[in-house]
Design a protein around this ligand. Structure first.
Ligand code: GLY
Length: 325
């Protein structure tokens, strides 16, 4: 069983110490976090435009080509500094360059700190198909520096909050209620640190039990069946101000609770409770279109298996179960 290493800190000092262990360090960072990345150290760097349209095999090829020109070898480490798009692409480049060099994620958005930057999923889009090319390959370390969140736009914080709450619904029990209280009031990054740590701990434990997503890891897709369908719908209909991934996850969580109630998997009232909690945290909770319009996308979801979808139901807060839809 691989050990998932992560550290949560409000400063970069122990990351700097960790980096002394490597013969050479290279850094890929999102140009939006250049100031933060420069505080880590003066390493040869590749600046990335971390947009979904740029999340391509060509960009990964450019990173690999740059590593080659820099003379990176199997003793080197690649630091990925940015949100999920950056850590996905830099991680993928590290995993295929010279058949794999080590990499460290330094996720800088709340969403990537509690989800995308942890667990070793790497990859790029193939045309309009999201994350179709990639590998699961664990970073040496995910270094979660909460100071990076100080300048994160409000809407991105809320988007990350949805993934944070998702993880606490999966395994957080009492931490969930505390998180709703924290996230629904003005909070400082320091207030959030223990919750981020708890979410990272839960995710790490799930990934350790099933790194290749053959079974248990599927629980991390809670809320994502509807979220992916909403994202597909908005893209297909050219919606001008689409829900972000986290916002779509929030809506998906309410749908998961609703279906769980309908099947008698959880007690009545859970969907309403989640709806109220998520609204308090500034997140949307209603579908952007009639549900029937999402069915096509739900069946197309890459988690569909023999015409059935592995759907994550909620038994209660802190316990979920995967069943065919
Ligand atoms: N984002 C879900 C996972 O890492 O498995």
């Amino acid at each position: 069983m691989p050990k998932i290493r992560f550290k949560v800190s409000n400063s970069l000092s122990s990351l700097k110490l960790e980096l002394l262990r490597y013969r050479s360090v290279y850094m890929v960072f999102d140009r939006n976090v250049e100031g933060f990345a420069s505080q880590i150290g003066r390493y040869p760097s590749f600046k990335l435009d971390a947009g979904e349209d740029n999340k391509t095999i060509e960009t990964v090829k450019s990173i690999c080509h740059w590593l080659l020109m820099q003379g990176a070898d199997r003793g080197s480490v690649l630091l990925a500094v940015g949100g999920g798009i950056t850590t996905d692409m830099a991680g993928f480049a590290a995993c295929i360059y010279k058949r794999g060099i080590r990499y460290i994620n330094v996720p800088t958005t709340l969403l990537s700190q509690v989800d995308a930057g942890l667990g070793g999923k790497t990859g790029v889009n193939l045309d309009s198909y999201k994350n179709m090319l990639g590998v699961i390959c664990q970073p040496e370390l995910t270094y979660i520096c909460t100071a990076a969140l100080e300048t994160l736009p409000e809407r991105e914080m809320r988007s990350g909050a949805a993934e944070l709450l998702k993880t606490l619904i999966i395994g957080g029990g009492r931490h969930y209620e505390k998180a709703v209280d924290e996230l629904s009031a003005p909070q400082t990054v320091r207030d959030l640190a223990p919750l981020i740590k708890e979410a990272a701990r839960i995710k790490a434990r799930v990934v350790e039990s099933d790194p290749d997503e053959k079974g248990r890891r599927r629980v991390l897709n809670l809320g994502h069946t509807y979220a992916h369908a909403i994202e597909w719908y908005q893209h297909a209909h050219g919606v001008s101000d689409p829900y972000s991934h986290g916002e779509a996850v929030a809506i998906g969580l309410v749908q998961a609770a609703r279906l769980s109630e309908e099947r008698g998997i959880c007690e009545k009232g859970l969907a309403l409770k989640l709806e109220e909690d998520l609204r308090r945290c500034g997140l949307p909770t209603t579908l952007p279109c009639p549900e029937a319009e999402l069915q096509e996308a739900i069946l197309k979801d890459k988690k569909a298996d023999g015409g059935k979808v592995n759907f994550v139901f909620i038994e209660r807060i802190g316990k979920v179960t995967v069943k065919k839809l």
